[in-house]
Design a protein around this ligand. Structure first.
Ligand SMILES: [Zn+2]
Ligand SMILES: [Zn+2]
Length: 380
């Protein structure tokens, strides 16, 4: 199994593909699943693949999701199996997730008589643009079999290789985006009183929003606001007609999300009117938070502690305000997004970095943990 995991991981690492373009990747996955005797469905959510292995008709159904997409990053790892697609890289380690999931598929196929129910492997495209899970749901991913529990894994360089992170409750954030346009009246830089300056509005908006979030949010409830883009103006002595700001808001509950929308509306409105202009806010609610099921997490932690005594289980300090679209699956099926440690001393321990690589031992440890967790649901 060890050599299978590492070989298939290397094959997938060599041919990274961007979101919704995972054609070769899905071909490799379908090839392996068919070899293991799974019922295979391809083209689910564009490039997604679903594999089903039925042990019997009435037992429970346990599902494992692996994401498939890579990033527009030029790889600098110098490993022999580095990306052969220039400018595209598995810099988020999704190759390791697919390898682990395929390892589980192979394990269940080779030990069929020990299990009951159904094992479902969901290979999801386009996690990086949080579009793959809704696309698979729209294509009826759970039509043939409805999982009773669903797990997903992500490599996590914040914790050491050999550690597994299992944290109940909110693990990731509601990740939203917004655009606000400030409209004024263009004019000559020497005659500001004749114009209505949208640059002044935008400056007030940025400062005002940061201050308002800090002063009007419960300090015990995490919220993040960041502006990622500011556009406006053409020349040093021309006051432009408009300035456009774009940004993101991260929260952990729909209540906080709604409060943030109202707060931004207020601050941007005040900034615009102070300088005699107007604003228009377009706020787009994005992926919801991943909420890990308490019971599922307690059970998973107990299983790993009992069956893999050498593996360290971390149950706190793992949440962050990133977005993860497995949240859409977890809104339908109880389950959890688990993390497996991938930090190594002296190595680059940063997701999306061109020199980041999930260590071999992390792949093995992640596989063993999720295999035991899934087994605990399907064993006779
Ligand atoms: Zn990523
Ligand atoms: Zn990722």
């Amino acid at each position: 199994m060890r050599s299978y995991l590492l070989t298939i991981r290397e094959e997938l690492h060599q041919q990274p593909e961007l979101a919704f373009q995972e054609e070769k990747t899905s071909a490799v996955i379908a090839r392996e699943l068919r070899r293991f005797g799974f019922k295979v469905c391809t083209g689910v959510g564009k490039t997604g693949v679903v594999g089903l292995l039925r042990f019997d008709e009435d037992g429970p159904c346990a599902a494992l999701r692996a994401d498939m997409d890579a990033l527009p990053v030029l790889e600098e790892t110098a490993v022999p199996y580095a990306s052969r697609h220039p400018g595209v890289m598995h810099a988020c380690g999704h190759d390791s997730h697919m390898a682990i999931a395929l390892g589980c598929c192979r394990y269940f196929a080779e030990n069929k008589t020990r299990f009951r129910g159904t094992f479902m492997a969901v290979f999801q495209p386009a996690e990086e643009i949080v579009g793959g899970a809704p696309a698979m749901l729209a294509d009826g991913v759970f039509q043939d079999a409805r999982p009773d529990v669903l797990f997903a894994l992500h490599n996590w360089p914040q914790i050491p290789t050999g550690t597994v992170g299992i944290q109940a409750g909110p693990l990731t954030a509601f990740a939203d985006r917004f655009q606000v346009v400030f409209r004024g009246v263009g004019g000559h830089g020497a005659l500001p009183h004749k114009a209505r300056d949208p640059i002044a509005m935008a400056a007030a908006a940025v400062q005002g929003a940061f201050a308002a979030v800090q002063r009007r949010s419960d300090p015990m409830r995490p919220r993040a606001l960041s502006f990622g883009s500011i556009r406006g103006g053409s020349r040093f002595n021309i006051i432009p007609e408009e300035v456009v700001l774009e940004g993101t808001v991260r929260t952990l509950s729909p209540e906080d999300q709604n409060e943030m929308i109202a707060l931004l509306e207020q601050v941007f409105g005040a900034a615009a009117s102070a300088y005699g202009g107007t604003h228009k806010l377009d706020y787009e609610q994005g992926v919801p938070a991943v909420i890990n099921d308490l019971e599922v997490c307690q059970r998973a932690s107990a299983v790993v502690r009992e069956r893999l005594p050498r593996t360290t289980v971390t149950t706190s300090g793992l949440n962050s305000l990133i977005g993860e679209d497995v949240a859409y699956f977890l809104q339908q099926v109880p389950g959890a997004l688990l993390l497996f440690g991938s930090a190594e001393p002296g190595k680059v321990n940063e997701l999306h970095n061109p020199r980041y690589l999930v260590p071999d031992e992390a792949v093995i440890a992640g596989f063993e943990a999720i295999r035991e967790i899934l087994c605990s649901y399907l064993e006779i």
